[in-house]
Design a protein around this ligand. Structure first.
Ligand SMILES: NC(=O)c1ccc[n+]([C@@H]2O[C@H](COP(=O)([O-])OP(=O)(O)OC[C@H]3O[C@@H](n4cnc5c(N)ncnc54)[C@H](OP(=O)(O)O)[C@@H]3O)[C@@H](O)[C@H]2O)c1
Length: 241
């Protein structure tokens, strides 16, 4: 899939990786970029259409879907990351609401348009989906759930000619990781790597130096082989829109 002349929607588009994804989509010649944000957004490029989109708000999601006539690429990027110790159910629910149900809800709302275009879904997950960081266990659990969702959507939508990518992102220099004093990739470099991965048809995208170290082992590993084996069971019965 090439991004040029495509219509793209990015959630969490006002800062961090989402803002960089909007800029990179424009660099690559996207025809229209819908920028989903919780607060009002203005953008100097006329190809950008702001959408009010809190991904935990079903009314926002429905209103956004009503505004978009066609869509080729949905990027579920909005996310939250809080420290916890698994003692508070509310923190788990907060993470699941944004990182899991938000991704699910936005995807469901735009699925008819994406099926029509034989489009692409990109879920910005996290390396923590593969191995929990026990400093942020609620976040890790929500990203593991979002990754599982991504794997199932990939299998269920393959029969519709659609592609579903997971981005297994490592540390990136955004507000989210401001408290971490470790090497971090720039949001711009990660946005480029995400679109490179989509254009190259990589199912699982490892967009930064830390995650890239795991890419070959993951792609040749037993978990990926099992995913393919399980996916084959679903191929005969694609989902309805
Ligand atoms: N930074 C990293 O190291 C890293 C690593 C792995 C994965 N990721 C993932 O990458 C994605 C982007 O993260 P980031 O680093 O760019 O973080 P960020 O700078 O903190 O930005 C988070 C974005 O998500 C939006 N958001 C939060 N809750 C939302 C909601 N309920 N509805 C809609 N938008 C919401 C924020 O909007 P507001 O401005 O309104 O809060 C903001 O635009 C996240 O899914 C994150 O989990 C990041």
């Amino acid at each position: 899939m090439a991004i040029a002349e495509e219509t793209v929607l990015v959630t969490g588009a006002n800062r961090g990786i989402g803002q960089a994804l909007v800029a990179e989509a424009l660099n690559r010649g996207a025809k229209r970029v819908y920028a989903g944000t919780r607060q009002p957004l203005t953008h100097p490029d006329r190809r950008v259409t702001p959408l009010t989109l809190d991904v935990t708000n079903p009314a926002h999601i429905q209103a956004a879907a009503n505004q978009v006539e066609a869509l080729d690429l949905l990027i579920n990027n909005a996310g939250i990351w809080l420290y916890d110790d698994l003692s508070d159910r509310a923190v788990l629910e907060e993470h699941l609401a944004v990182n899991f149900y938000g991704t699910w809800g936005v995807t469901q709302a735009f699925l008819p348009l994406l099926i029509r275009s034989k489009g692409t879904i990109v879920n910005n997950v996290s390396l923590m989906a593969l191995a929990a960081l026990p400093l942020t266990p609620a976040y890790s659990a929500s990203k593991a759930a979002a990754f599982s969702l991504t794997q199932s959507l990939r299998a269920l939508l393959a029969g519709r000619g659609m592609r579903v990518h997971a981005v297994l992102t490592g540390p990136v220099d955004t507000d989210m990781t401001r408290s971490l004093d470790i090497p971090k990739a720039s949001p711009a470099s990660v946005a480029r790597a995400i679109f490179d991965g989509v254009e190259a048809g990589e199912e699982d995208i490892f967009p930064d130096p830390m995650s890239a170290l795991l890419a070959d082992g993951w792609r040749d590993g037993v978990a990926k082989a099992l995913e393919r084996q399980n996916a084959a069971l679903a191929q005969a019965q694609p989902v309805t829109a």
